[in-house]
Design a protein around this ligand. Structure first.
Ligand SMILES: [Zn+2]
Length: 298
């Protein structure tokens, strides 16, 4: 959690910024102002970033991008860093990318996204869906493919070992010399891949639920408490309670609340968790800057 404030940072909360560590990959979401400094405090270097995803071009979600790009250039990062963002904000992306003088790098690869269902991309696979805000916003879902574990014992009992096991896994069926056909689903256990979703700056919408469907970990904005639900509706943001509803409806395992309005500076952030818990019975984290949140154990 590099930053957990909304439009206005506070003494305790930096502008947005979230770094998802995924095996050897590192996906940076919404680098707001101060992201370089927060990365430093989190023990992250420019070299750790393999992909950047921008949800939208409000300043609290992107004003740190120039620093991050220039740091990638300065540090001589050699791997490709693809940057996904709403194509509607192309002009802002270009300004941020070339915000000041620096020796450019060729590793930055823009990936503008458009339409209601952009093609999934990358490894791990990233899916983007438009959310509902005052300007174009995409939420993102990251997931790995499901794992298929073969039931070796049951197959051995049928005399199936070695290469035919791989054949069954690949083709979905295997016919034995005696004519019997075995079907993959009878001889395997399917384990869904790990999944993550980020839902930022949106009013209630079905796409938020679609992105979050069944994920292990959902990072979601909760700008307001229910006492400010009129403001939330007016500015197309979520209350903590609505975030809890989305998590419950999507069947997520663990949720992280963030993007808190500066009006709550006085503290009492546990109220966000309490509100979400009225709707969602799973694990809830109320994010603070520099927190590390782990995926729930399988
Ligand atoms: Zn915001």
């Amino acid at each position: 959690m590099l930053g957990t404030a909304s439009a206005v940072p506070t003494r305790q909360r930096n502008h947005n910024g979230y770094f998802l560590r995924w095996g050897a990959q590192g996906i940076l979401f919404d680098p707001g102002e101060g992201t370089q400094q927060q990365m430093l405090c989190s023990g992250l270097s420019a070299n750790d970033i393999t992909r950047v995803c921008i949800t939208h071009f409000h300043g609290d979600h992107c004003l740190g991008l120039p620093g991050v790009i220039q740091r990638i250039a300065r540090d001589g990062v050699t791997h490709e860093v693809e940057i996904a963002y709403p194509a509607a904000g192309e002009a802002f992306f270009e300004k941020l990318r070339w915000a000041s003088e620096f020796v450019p790098t060729s590793v930055v690869v823009p990936r503008p996204l458009s339409g209601p269902a952009p093609a999934p991309f990358g490894e791990p696979l990233v899916t983007a869906l438009p959310l509902r805000h005052s300007i174009p916003v995409y939420g993102y879902r990251v997931e790995e493919p499901e794992r298929v574990h073969m039931r070796a014992g049951a197959l051995a009992a049928k005399g199936v070992t070695g290469p035919p096991v791989g054949e069954l896994k690949e083709r979905g069926a295997l016919t034995l010399p005696d004519g019997e056909t075995l079907y993959l689903d009878d001889y395997c256990v399917r384990e869904p891949g790990r999944s993550f979703a980020i839902v930022m700056d949106t009013g209630w919408c079905d796409e938020a639920i679609a992105l979050a469907r069944g994920v292990d970990l959902l990072l979601i904005e909760a700008t307001f408490l229910s006492s400010e639900s009129e403001l939330a509706a007016k500015y197309r943001h979520l209350t903590a309670r609505q975030a809890g509803e989305i998590a419950a409806e999507a069947g997520v395992r663990k949720m992280v609340l963030t993007h808190f309005s500066e009006r709550y500076t006085a503290g009492g952030f546990e109220r966000f968790g309490e509100e979400a818990a009225r709707e969602f019975s799973g694990d809830i984290v109320v994010a603070s800057d520099l927190d590390r949140v782990s995926f729930p154990a399988r």
